[in-house]
Design a protein around this ligand. Sequence first.
Ligand SMILES: Nc1ncnc2c1ncn2[C@@H]1O[C@H](COP(=O)(O)OP(=O)(O)O)[C@@H](O)[C@H]1O
Ligand SMILES: [Mg+2]
Length: 145
Amino acid sequence: MPSEKFLEGIYYVQGRDFVDAGVVSSDIKRALKEKGIPESVIRRVAVITFEAEVNIISYADQGTIQLFVEPGAVTVEAVDIGQGIPDIELALQEGYSTADDSIREMGFGAGMGLANIRKYSDVFTLTSEPGNGTHLTSVVKLDGK
Ligand SMILES: Nc1ncnc2c1ncn2[C@@H]1O[C@H](COP(=O)(O)OP(=O)(O)O)[C@@H](O)[C@H]1O
Ligand SMILES: [Mg+2]
């Protein structure tokens, strides 16, 4: 049975592994370049995957980022196991962050990640079960904004 979505890759993200922050988003950028995806779409997907990756590293135990490519769209699905987000609306507010000093010292924790993911997505869904984990889906359309 062919899948409805076209899975391009599954990327593993380890919580607290700040040394590797950005590796997954770079890999995804390269994969999209090789597929001939337009540069403007790649730029948006790169922001989305980088912020999702850093959030898993910062706030979850572990997770995966799956990349789907269809003729009209690129979809990123980030699923993690971890503490989850108790108040999604609050987490989406620009500048809201629960990052501690150790995260801020590394240059993260400005509280813009989720807001920017939503801004760069044509379709955005974020759900979370506190104590279990978080599920983010972002679609960037090839003929989108
Ligand atoms: N995958 C996640 N698991 C648990 N909490 C998260 C996750 N992603 C984001 N959060 C929560 O949402 C807040 C806002 O996230 P974000 O907008 O990316 O800002 P920042 O990462 O700079 O704090 C985080 O501070 C954190 O409390
Ligand atoms: Mg963030």
